[in-house]
Design a binder for this molecule. Structure first.
Ligand code: FAD
Length: 303
C-alpha cells in the first residue's frame, strides 16, 4: 500500500508546478534567514520565486537587492512584485527598467494599498498609473515580460460585489496578464466557486491558488482580517492552545496545508504559489508530500 502511494505521489510531482514568494529582509539576520530559505527551496526547481514590493516603494532598495542576489547568485527565475502607489508613471517605468537590467523577466503587477494603510481610500498619483490594468499594459509595452496579477476568491475588501471584482480581473487580463495568483484562503469550495465565476466571465488564464502555511496562527488571523480572508472555526480549533508549543504548531500547520493542497490537487489544480514568509521548512515538507523533490525536475529534463 505504501509503495503504491509513493509512486503515485512521485507521478504527481511530475505535473505539479510551484512558485515561492519571499519578502525583502530588513536586517542582516533576516537576510541570512531569507537566504537559508532560498537555498533550501532552490533544488525544488520552482517555476519562479517572487519578491514583494512595499506599496509606495518603501522596500524598493531592499526588493532590488534581493532580486539582484537571486538573479546573480542562484539558478532561480526571479519575479518582481510592483505597485502603482505614490509613484509617477516615469518613476514606475524606471523601476521596471532597473529590475529588467538585473535579469528579471517576470512581474507581479499590483495596484497596492494606500500609504495611509489598508481600508483608507486609494487615490492614484496624479501622474501615475491609475490602476493595475494600466500597469500591466505598461509592463507589456516596455518588455517581453511574463505578467501575473492578484485574484481574490473571497473578493477584495474594497469590492462592492463579485461582479465588480471579476470585472477588475478581466481588465487586467485584457491588458496582458497571463496568470493570476490568489490571496490566501482556507476553504477550497470558495476557491472552486470563484474559479467557476471567473471562467463564466470568459477569463481563461490560470488562477493559481496562493497557499499560506501558517507559521503563526495569531499573526495570520490578524492579517486575514485585514485582507478579507475568512478564518474558519475548525481552523482556529486546530491551533487552539498551541501559542506556546511551536513544535506542535508546526506539525499542525504542515498537516493543514498538506490537506488543503492535496484536496486542491484532487480538484484538478496543478500549480501552487506558496507564501513562504521567508521560512522553508513547512513549504519544503508540503512539496515533498506532493512529490516535488530536490533535483527531481532536472532529472526529469535529463531523462
Ligand atoms: P486590483 O486587483 O487592481 O484591485 C483591487 C480592488 O480595487 C478591486 O477588486 C476593486 O474593488 C477595486 N478596484 C480597482 N480598480 C477598480 C476600478 N477601475 N473600478 C472599480 N473598482 C476598482 N501589496 C503590496 O504592497 N506589495 C506586494 O508585493 C503585494 N503582493 C501581492 C501579491 C498577491 C498575490 C496578492 C493577492 C496581493 C498582494 N499585495 C501586495 C496586496 C495588494 O496590493 C492589495 O490587496 C491591494 O489592496 C490591491 O492591489 P491589487 O493589485 O490586488 O488591486
Amino acid at each position: 500500500m505504501k509503495d503504491i502511494q509513493f509512486s503515485r505521489r512521485s507521478d504527481l510531482g511530475e505535473r505539479i508546478g510551484v512558485s515561492f514568494e519571499f519578502f525583502p529582509p530588513k536586517t542582516d539576520a533576516m537576510e541570512a534567514r531569507l537566504w537559508e530559505a532560498v537555498r533550501r527551496l532552490e533544488p525544488l526547481s520552482p517555476r519562479f520565486v517572487s519578491v514583494t514590493y512595499g506599496a509606495g516603494g518603501s522596500t524598493k532598495a531592499r526588493t532590488t537587492s534581493s532580486l539582484a542576489r537571486i538573479c546573480g547568485e542562484s539558478t532561480l527565475d526571479a519575479a518582481a512584485h510592483l505597485t502603482c502607489v505614490d509613484a509617477s508613471r516615469a518613476e514606475v517605468d524606471a523601476v521596471i527598467h532597473e529590475f529588467a537590467r538585473l535579469g528579471v523577466r517576470s512581474f507581479v503587477a499590483l495596484r497596492g494599498d494606500p500609504a495611509e494603510g489598508v481600508g483608507t481610500t486609494y487615490r492614484p498619483h496624479p501622474d501615475g498609473y491609475r490602476n493595475t490594468a494600466e500597469l500591466v499594459a505598461a509592463l507589456r509595452r516596455i518588455g517581453d515580460f511574463d505578467v501575473s496579477v492578484s485574484a481574490y476568491p473571497e473578493k477584495h475588501p474594497e469590492s462592492a460585489d463579485f461582479a465588480t471584482d471579476i470585472d477588475v480581473l478581466k481588465r487586467k487580463v485584457d491588458a496582458g496578464a497571463t496568470r493570476a495568483i490568489t490571496q490566501f484562503f482556507f476553504d477550497n469550495d470558495v476557491y472552486e466557486r470563484y474559479v467557476e465565476r471567473v471562467r463564466r466571465a470568459g477569463i481563461y488564464i490560470p488562477i493559481v491558488p496562493g497557499i499560506l502555511p501558517i507559521q503563526n496562527f495569531r499573526q495570520m488571523a490578524g492579517f486575514a482580517g485585514r485582507c478579507g480572508t475568512h478564518v474558519p472555526q475548525w481552523l482556529a480549533d486546530r491551533f487552539d492552545g498551541l501559542d506556546n508549543d511551536p513544535q506542535t504548531h508546526a506539525l499542525i500547520a504542515s498537516a493543514v496545508a498538506a490537506e488543503q493542497v492535496l484536496d486542491l490537487i484532487e480538484r484538478g489544480v496543478e500549480d501552487f504559489h506558496f507564501y513562504t514568509m521567508n521560512k522553508a521548512d513547512l513549504v519544503f515538507a508540503i512539496c515533498h508530500l506532493i512529490g516535488i523533490r530536490p533535483g527531481a525536475q532536472s532529472e526529469r529534463i535529463a531523462a
